[in-house]
Design a protein around this ligand. Structure first.
Ligand SMILES: [Fe+2]
Length: 356
């Protein structure tokens, strides 16, 4: 199968090569409610005042989740780490970019604020200091068929929120697919790892990784899905092992949170996963055991399908991607059809048939 569109494609000479996903940014009307959900999910509070909530994983990032108090709940955008001040200078010359700003949150650093072609805020971040890692439960030793690791020993992982190690990836839905994909590949060096394509050869979903040369990096740090309007599809956090995913599932259910999809093992990326909705309906994924690719791994192109999203466990439910029938979504649909060169009725029908 071959793509019939220019994007997604790796750029031969990107402005920068982002080195990591730094954080996700949300607006929420109730910071206490947000914190309660995120603690059950496995994140740890860094600071919490009446206007700002910061959460972290056990890894060395000072924070990976930023929540601003606001009347209307929304996903605002993401932060991407770059490696040099020269990278920030280059990004500050992109049309619409801010000047280089000093960051005031824990860990400091400098950033350039950008807006991608779909309207998401993207902070390019340099020089945040690291913090001491927090302890996490080590992965459980498994009694494999070939090499038993436990004799006269049991598996009794504690029934607590799973240790979230770090923010792994962000999956965005966009209308202006070609422009948005071109922006991330050109300015941050993203490489498409695997693409699910529609029968006409246009992309339905692309899983994109960072360009870290020979250093193995996550199969995807950013995923872009074609829809009719920009939205967050989900954000994803790494936990230590499959038992952490499973304990997360039981604990989130016991505490009354809404399940979205899982458990299962993805096909593209291979992660063992489970998804939960936060109080505002945004999906948060626990995952472990994802694929790691170096920069030279070629892009895979696959026919789009719901079944192709997981190789075992629950097939992706239609509710995972089906837009909610709200007035604002109807307005966004009309707007997308009128303004986006990548959106048309035929494509939306195909997407609805496959994923809706
Ligand atoms: Fe994911």
């Amino acid at each position: 199968m071959q793509l019939t569109t220019p994007q997604p494609a790796r750029h031969p000479n990107p402005t920068t090569k982002a080195s990591a996903l730094a954080y996700a940014i949300f607006d929420r009307p109730d910071l206490k409610k947000a914190e309660g959900y995120l603690i059950d999910f496995g994140l740890r509070p860094v600071s919490n005042d009446s206007q700002l909530l910061l959460m972290r994983g056990t890894g060395p990032d000072p924070y990976c989740y930023v929540v601003h108090k606001a009347a209307r709940p929304r996903f605002v955008g993401l932060g991407l780490e770059v490696e040099t001040l020269a990278d920030l200078e280059a990004l500050s010359r992109i049309p619409g970019a801010s000047a280089i700003e000093t960051m005031t949150l824990p860990g400091g650093g400098q950033c350039v604020r950008l807006t991608d072609p779909s309207g998401f805020r993207v902070d390019a971040v340099f020089g945040r200091s690291r913090v001491p890692e927090l302890p996490h439960r080590p992965p459980l030793p498994l009694n494999s068929i070939d090499a038993p690791a436990r004799v006269n020993g049991t598996q009794r992982p504690p029934f607590t929120p799973p240790d979230v190690i770090r923010l792994g990836h962000v999956a965005l839905e966009v209308a202006d697919y070609q422009a948005t994909s071109a922006w991330y590949t050109e300015h941050f060096g993203f490489i498409p790892s695997d693409v699910q394509a529609l029968p006409d050869g246009s992309p339905a979903v692309a899983f994109m990784r960072l360009n870290r040369g020979d250093k193995p990096t996550d199969h995807h740090t950013l995923a872009l899905a074609q829809t009719f309007a920009p939205a967050l599809n989900h954000i994803s956090f790494e936990v230590v092992d499959p038992d952490a995913v499973g304990i997360g599932m039981r604990l989130m259910r016991d505490r009354g949170w809404k399940h979205a999809w899982g458990m299962g093992r993805h096909l593209l990326g291979s992660q063992i996963f489970d998804y939960w909705e936060d109080p505002w309906g945004d999906k948060h994924e626990h995952y472990c055991d994802g694929d790691l690719f170096t920069a030279d791994q070629p892009t895979g192109i696959h026919p789009a399908s719901r079944a192709g999203m997981a190789q075992w466990g629950q097939v992706m439910p239609a509710s995972f991607t089906r837009p909610k029938p709200t007035v604002s979504n109807v307005r966004a649909l009309v707007h997308g059809l009128r303004t986006s060169p990548d959106v048309n009725v035929k494509k939306l029908r195909t997407l609805m048939k496959l994923f809706g």
